[in-house]
Design a protein around this ligand. Structure first.
Ligand SMILES: Cc1cc2nc3c(=O)[nH]c(=O)nc-3n(C[C@H](O)[C@H](O)[C@H](O)COP(=O)(O)O)c2cc1C
Length: 177
């Protein structure tokens, strides 16, 4: 039984520069979001000149500071109706595909699944070649076969919707609200 009358949305950010700004813009317009930052996300946000302090003041924000990812307990208490991981790095996707739960973000994904809470994962490395926004400007990136295969593998997972474009993320959020 949930302790919460109005379950919230858990939104995880990983250390991806790709679509980081767009995802943050989207989050700013949502009032029911708690943030979960991977260690890399906390670093990468600063590299792109985002004000992590301001983000932490605006949102309830969990950082990756414990080995057991203690905030996962909130999933068992019914605080969250949905988990969004956006943007999701190739690293986090690989771990999720192989059932590894050794970081805050991979842990909440695993626990959400075990609580039958649906997850939306915005996989960014989805094309063999793409442009991406590095801290100094736009660069080309060539995701490896393993990165592309892992996205496909994750699409088969229960309680998981994988989206592969920002517009698909927006429409999936609206459709499943
Ligand atoms: C500036 C910067 C941008 C990055 N952008 C991406 C990216 O778009 N996609 C990706 O898969 N990894 C990217 N990385 C690498 C990840 O941050 C790195 O693999 C990290 O270990 C991911 O940890 P996490 O999955 O726990 O967040 C970037 C790293 C830096 C320094």
């Amino acid at each position: 039984m949930s302790r919460y009358e109005r379950p919230r949305e858990a939104w995880a950010i990983t250390g991806s520069g790709h679509y980081l700004k767009e995802c943050l813009d989207l989050i700013q317009h949502r009032s029911d979001v708690d943030l979960f930052l991977s260690k890399a996300a906390a670093e990468v946000l600063s590299m792109y000149d985002f004000d992590v302090k301001a983000i932490r003041e605006r949102f309830t924000c969990f950082r990756d500071t414990t080995a057991s990812a203690s905030p996962v307990g909130l999933f068992y208490q019914g605080r969250y109706k949905r988990l969004v991981i956006a943007p999701a790095t190739s690293n986090t996707i690989a771990k999720m595909v192989w059932g590894i739960a050794d970081t805050l973000v991979t842990n909440i994904y695993a626990q959400a699944g075990k609580c039958r809470i649906p997850s939306i994962v915005f996989a960014c490395d989805t094309e063999p070649e793409m442009e991406t926004e590095a801290p100094g400007g736009t660069v080309m990136v060539y995701p490896r076969q393993i990165d592309l295969e892992n996205v496909k593998r994750l699409q088969e997972f229960e309680y998981t919707t994988v989206v592969t474009s920002f517009s698909q993320l927006v429409s999936t959020l609206e459709e499943t609200e």
